[in-house]
Design a protein around this ligand. Sequence first.
Ligand code: APR
Length: 233
Amino acid sequence: MSNIVILTGAGISAESGIKTFRDANGLWEDHRIEDVASPEGFRRDPDTVYRFYNMRRRQLVSDAVQANAAHTALARLQKKHSDDVTLITQNIDDLHERGGSQNVLHMHGELLKARCDACRAISDFRDDFDGQTNCAECNSAGGLRPHIVWFGEMPLYMDMIEEKIAACDVFVSIGTSGQVYPAAGFVAMARHFGAETHELNLEPSAVSHHFDYTDYGPATEVVPRWVDRMLGR
Ligand code: APR
């Protein structure tokens, strides 16, 4: 069995009922991405931003959203080879965890967490919160924000991610359009360090030319098929 690094994006959760980001009209749930996913947008209109993430959080915890066959297939691979599989996701949902995965590196943060700008604590939040909500750690109000990496902010776990990519034999990218860096650059990095590169997506991504092996189709079909292949190696 080889050392595998998996990178996932919004496409793996699409069949669970969570919309991907880049729809044809450039809007995300009827908001301009820069209004709800940037520190400037948050400073300009915090109420809209809190409301936006509260709405998405409610959707995520509702019964309508469940992990799908692609999430569970990756968990199956991880369980068989826990030391050799690193799972990095750009997704802020918890569907990998619900599908049975552990140690998921959420490089763009997590929707079910809040961060306090006063004391820096990160706490679990399944309910709504806003600018009046008290931090569970320091009890001060006004400092909580969604624990989400917005445009212009540094993604999380970058040192560990780069280390894992440099050491992997297989790098696979699943359900991501390859338009947002640094994640879109991981495949080139993996290749540079000699890894075999695989792309699983509905369609070729913006960086598809960097991949040695590709399989295009819905994640619930292509991911279980790929996992079976890897387990058979
Ligand atoms: N199965 C597989 N792939 C799919 C499916 C599906 N059922 N449905 C859509 N896709 C593919 C699309 O073809 C597209 O290439 O998933 C990709 C989703 O692309 P984006 O919407 O751009 O999402 P992602 O690449 O995760 O975005 C990266 O951008 O806005 C930021 O921080 C946000 O993490 C996000 C980052």
